[in-house]
Design a protein around this ligand. Structure first.
Ligand SMILES: C[S@@+](CC[C@H](N)C(=O)[O-])C[C@H]1O[C@@H](n2cnc3c(N)ncnc32)[C@H](O)[C@@H]1O
Length: 206
């Protein structure tokens, strides 16, 4: 998923976009997983200026895009290669700020946006992906998960991929199975136009 700050398309543009989407070949994300590397963020090979301006606008910060990027980069300790369909889930340490960094086995917060239902095409795959993500969270820690409900494909980097047709009931069941809160004060679920964002606390010990 890419974030762009464009004017909303008019009717003709929408039709052209729809046609382009229909003509695109639809690929399986699992065959392309190794091509997505977050290291571009560290190396500065992607221009984040527009994204930062957009965030600054929402958060009403006075920081410049460059200051925001420098601050975020300075806080990064490591980049891990993760595959939620393999064991162990963390496959490799792709980058560390220095050799003294010990990468923990579990984390206080795991954030995943447009990844879990996009990494698979079946409910079984989605359940495995959530289980893997939750296995990285320490007891009392949190999962922040964003994604899309009820979609069969998505576009990323000019390619169209298949994805799991996710329902809210799948999300709730997957959280239940992994000792994550799915109700009460330890669970928040926000949705708008099929996009959802949830925060769930690890209350069990799975
Ligand atoms: C649509 S991109 C979302 C990227 C980013 N989070 C965003 O919101 O722009 C889907 C992401 O899912 C990740 N992904 C796909 N299969 C995966 C897998 N098996 N394990 C972990 N991540 C996977 C890809 O590496 C890619 O970064």
């Amino acid at each position: 998923m890419t974030v762009t700050v464009d004017d909303p398309p008019n009717g003709k543009e929408k039709d052209a976009e729809k046609k382009e989407e229909e003509e695109q070949e639809i690929c399986s994300a699992s065959e392309h997983h190794d091509k997505f590397v977050p290291q571009d963020y560290l190396e500065g090979s992607f221009d984040w200026t527009e994204v930062c301006k957009w965030i600054a606008n929402i958060e009403a910060t006075m920081e410049t895009p460059q200051q925001m990027q420098d601050k975020a980069r300075s806080k990064m300790r490591a980049v891990l290669e993760v595959n939620v369909h393999e064991t162990p889930v963390v496959r490799n340490v792709a980058w560390k700020v220095d050799d003294s960094i010990q990468v923990p086995a579990k984390f206080q917060v795991v954030t995943t946006v447009f990844c879990l239902e996009y990494s698979c095409e079946t409910l079984e795959g989605y359940m495995r992906a959530v289980k893997s993500a939750c296995s990285l969270i320490e007891d009392g820690g949190y999962l922040i998960q964003g994604g899309v409900l009820e979609a069969t494909t998505y576009s990323f980097g000019g390619t169209r991929f298949k994805c799991h047709y996710l329902k809210k009931s799948h999300i709730i069941e997957s959280l239940k199975q992994n000792g994550m809160a799915h109700e009460n004060e330890h669970f928040k679920f926000i949705t708008h136009d099929e996009i959802f964002l949830l925060v769930s606390k690890k209350v069990g010990s799975k």
